[in-house]
Design a protein around this ligand. Structure first.
Ligand SMILES: [Zn+2]
Length: 284
């Protein structure tokens, strides 16, 4: 299903690229299982079901994809580890939005973990990974690129060296140092926390703002500020940025899109929310 929104002159399409299963403990950090299973139940192996929620943005005649999901490049072993439910729906979803791979102008990575960066690649006849979008510029924070290409023992499993090599060889990667406007009404903000170079995408038009905060708010449950995933490399930075987003953004909070729950996820709101609604959710 593709959900379409209009923000002034900007069109935003939200769709689910695939579904995966992850360890609940990894998703909820210090929060006891007794509490998080009330929100998102797990199976006998402690796994919870999650969507891979992506955005396509059309602004000023250009098209921009926010994150890419796993795509078609994972090995059978990786598909099993992450419990991928089906084949990637990335290309068929883009087609339904009227965008062919060769037409896409930008790919923005919130960060380069494999569940966000795999879809930007496809394998050729020899099985080698190459970029899926031949004209696109692939955009990440320089800090994120540094982390992804120099992983430590703790982050090694979340970055795939083969993917980073394919991106580097393509010559299509542009690295940012901090906040930037990419298209009219479309900007990125370095949020850190989940990874040092993690960034969010803010889309503003028609008097409204939508924020895709990726793994800062992977699910609606993570609107509770203390609910920070165990995999975050800088959890206190995650806590700080969550509070900034939820409590100090005047005059109203941007509508929040999460990376692992399809949008909209508040029934009756048409996919939008306001500051007071978030406050209710956080305190619930
Ligand atoms: Zn991540």
């Amino acid at each position: 299903m593709i959900v379409r929104y209009r923000l002034g002159a900007i069109e935003v399409f939200s769709f689910v690229e695939n579904r995966m299963r992850l360890d609940g403990g990894a998703m909820f950090g210090v929060i006891p299982k007794k509490l998080w299973t009330r929100e998102l139940p797990s199976d006998g192996e402690n796994l919870i079901d999650l969507d891979l929620n992506l955005l396509l943005v059309k602004s000023a005649g250009r098209s921009l994809l926010v994150d890419t999901g796993f795509g078609d490049v994972p090995t059978e072993r990786e598909r099993k580890i992450y419990g991928l439910a089906s084949a990637s729906r990335l290309e068929s979803s883009l087609a339904a939005c009227g965008v062919r791979p060769e037409q896409l102008d930008f790919v923005v990575f919130s960060h380069l973990h494999l569940d966000h960066s795999g879809g930007g690649l496809v394998r050729n006849g020899e099985g080698q990974a190459r970029t899926r979008f031949p004209r696109a510029r692939y955009i990440a924070q320089r800090q994120e690129w540094q982390e992804a290409t120099h992983p430590n023992e703790r982050t090694l499993a979340t970055y795939v060296p083969e993917y980073m090599k394919a991106y580097e060889d393509s010559g299509q990667v542009d690295l940012l140092e901090g906040d930037a406007e990419l298209l009219p009404g479309v900007s990125v903000r370095r949020t850190g926390g989940h990874t040092l170079g993690h960034q969010s995408v803010l889309i503003s038009g028609g008097g409204r703002t939508v924020g895709y905060f990726a793994d800062i708010f992977p699910t609606r449950v993570h609107l509770k500020t203390a609910w920070v995933p165990a995999v975050d490399t800088h959890p206190l930075e995650s806590l700080k940025v969550k509070k900034e987003i939820l409590w100090t953004t005047p005059p109203g909070l941007p509508s929040i899109m999460t990376s692992n729950i399809r949008w909209p996820w508040w029934s009756g709101t048409g996919g939008t929310t306001r500051h007071d609604r978030c406050r209710t959710e956080v305190e619930r």
